[in-house]
Design a protein around this ligand. Structure first.
Ligand SMILES: [Zn+2]
Ligand SMILES: [Zn+2]
Length: 234
């Protein structure tokens, strides 16, 4: 795993730091495009570094072949192409759904709240009222941050934002504080945070966490825009 200082701090972001995408999905899982197509698109947008962060689970068996392909494409390219994954937060004590050795072998280990694990079932945020959904997402995020074992918290607030369009300021603030405390980067993510930047910007400026810029693109048509949008803010 890349050490935390691999990521830039929010207040010292340069235009060059924005020419990256550290949250991307390919045909290895549910993305529409191959890693090669993603690399080609990243090149067209002038990015210098990307991470392929396909969905992984503890029982996934594809990681070795996946890493091999990305390493090969990286060696053939003048861009930096990092091996990553996105795993889900499994419970309220901070377990994450990925093999330890695979987390160690990846450069960019994104861990995100997806469905909510309660009892024997997984629930979507929309099955709860807004306040409860936000609280569950917050608790899961904090548990994962305290547990560690990864270097990027994926799309903080994302499930609440998807279903309720908002995530409380104090939850954002505590998540950012825990990111810093536990040396984990905050995934500033175009898919989820494009309408949150006015809320997030003052908090990120105040606490100055390490940030991973990503788009969570599952299709190359979604790439590029966020990198341009962010330029206006730095
Ligand atoms: Zn996700
Ligand atoms: Zn994702």
């Amino acid at each position: 795993m890349k050490p935390i200082d691999f990521f830039p701090r929010f207040n010292t972001l340069t235009k060059n730091d924005l020419k990256v995408d550290f949250h991307l999905h390919s045909t290895w899982t549910d993305g529409k495009n191959t890693v090669e197509e993603i690399i080609q698109t990243a090149k067209e947008y002038g990015l210098h570094s990307i991470a392929i962060t396909d969905h992984i689970r503890e029982e996934s068996t594809y990681f070795e072949a996946y890493k091999k392909e990305i390493d090969r494409l990286n060696s053939e390219s003048d861009m930096n192409i990092y091996v990553g994954f996105e795993a889900k937060i499994s419970d309220f004590v901070g377990n994450i759904d990925v093999k330890k050795e695979e987390a160690e072998a990846a450069d960019i280990a994104v861990v995100s709240v997806h469905r909510y694990p309660l009892g024997n079932r997984l629930y979507t945020a929309s099955e709860f009222t807004k306040n409860i959904a936000q609280e569950i997402e917050f608790e899961l995020s904090i548990a994962a941050l305290k547990g560690g074992g990864f270097n990027v918290l994926g799309h903080p607030g994302g499930m609440s934002l998807t279903h309720f369009k908002e995530f409380p300021l104090d939850f954002y603030e505590e998540i950012i504080t825990e990111c810093i405390k536990n040396e984990i980067a905050f995934d500033l993510n175009g898919r989820y945070h494009q309408h949150q930047i006015d809320i997030l910007y003052p908090l990120l400026q105040k606490h100055n966490p390490f940030v991973a810029i990503g788009t969570d693109s599952h299709n190359i048509n979604r790439m590029g825009r966020w990198n341009k949008d962010l330029q206006e803010y730095i």
